[in-house]
Write a protein that binds this ligand. Structure first.
Ligand code: BGC
Length: 317
């Protein structure tokens, strides 16, 4: 039986999984992302890991990679703002090391959408949007069962919609007030630090300790006023944005994945509340649910993309 590798490049870790054609995961592992030498190190990390775990590629038929930036139809990536790397083509780079393998490349959130539709909460739906909340905010749109790539690979880039006109700091994309700055793990930590500096309310969070989105959610769930305010403020932008997305593509369901989705129902409740508040034209609202595959949606989808790849194309999965 054929096997496929799924790779998901994140801001903190690169995740890998080896899958059967039917979606059974045989092995999964991760390594910390190294973006040194203008991204050169990243590719040697990825090729080395694949070689070590697949007998130099011999045990697999294809490799799929999810990249945190817009991916053009030929696999070229102009920029990954959260990694600070630009102008590379993973299909060419990996093709040089694994010349006889199928290589497929897609945006990380598009790929996560594919994974959720294949083996997760998206099963049985034809029109859905997957949102990934991690170092950045990603979006993957599936319409009539197919990923929507758009003309330049920009489809689903909801992280860079301007949602907060009051923002004074710059986003990694060069804009100001992007959803990425508000609702990503990085954004939640950033806003919480502001509240701590302002001494917004007494809190269990400690300014001197390294703050993470997980710590903020844990404190919020336990009733910490400052943490709860931070989480609600940040997620209100997400709920609102999804209501606007509905006015453009009207999906049946929104699926929230990425590391921040570990916050579970606490997160969903807030996002759904703000979504409902801003989605006024229809009484029956789209449902917002957690990704069943959680943070593994990307590796599942990347492997599925490699399996479905038609040689030389990555737009028709
Ligand atoms: C990037 C997207 C990516 C998302 C999640 C955003 O900053 O622009 O392409 O999907 O982060 O990694």
């Amino acid at each position: 039986m054929k096997q496929f590798v799924g790779v998901d490049i994140g801001g903190t870790d690169i995740k890998f999984g080896i899958f059967t054609e039917t979606g059974n995961i045989l092995e999964k592992w991760q390594v910390p992302t190294d973006i040194g030498s203008q991204g050169e190190n990243l590719w040697s990390q990825i090729t080395t890991e694949i070689c070590v775990h697949t007998d130099n590629g011999r045990s697999v038929s294809g490799i799929g990679v999810g990249v945190p930036g817009p991916v053009q139809k030929d696999g070229f990536v102009e920029v990954c703002v959260n990694l600070g790397i630009r102008n590379f083509n993973p299909r060419e780079i990996l093709g040089r090391v694994f010349p006889d393998k199928t290589i497929a490349v897609g945006n990380d959130a598009n790929v996560a959408a594919l994974g959720e539709m294949w083996q997760g909460s998206g099963q049985g739906y034809e029109n859905l949007v997957v949102i990934t909340l991690g170092t950045g905010v990603g979006g993957g749109v599936i319409m009539d069962g197919k990923i929507v790539y758009g003309a330049k690979g920009l489809s689903g880039e909801i992280g860079h919609m301007m949602v907060n006109p009051d923002e004074t700091e710059l986003c990694t994309c060069g804009g100001r007030g992007c959803l990425d700055q508000m609702a990503s793990a990085t954004g939640i930590v950033r806003y919480t630090k502001k509240l701590l500096a302002q001494k917004y309310a007494p809190t269990v969070l400690d300014e001197k300790e390294a703050l993470t989105a997980k710590k903020v959610f844990d404190a919020a769930r336990a009733g910490d006023k400052l943490a709860a305010h931070s989480v609600e403020h940040c997620l209100s932008f997400l709920g609102k944005s999804l209501a606007f997305v509905s006015y453009v593509i009207d999906p049946e369901i929104f699926i929230i994945g990425g590391g921040v989705s570990h916050a579970g129902d606490y997160l969903i409740k807030i996002v759904q509340e703000y979504y409902d508040q801003y989605s006024l034209l229809k009484k029956e609202k789209a449902r917002i649910v957690l990704a069943t595959l959680g943070n593994d949606a990307g590796i599942y989808g990347a492997a599925r993309m490699a399996q479905k790849e038609k040689k030389g194309k990555n737009e028709k999965v």
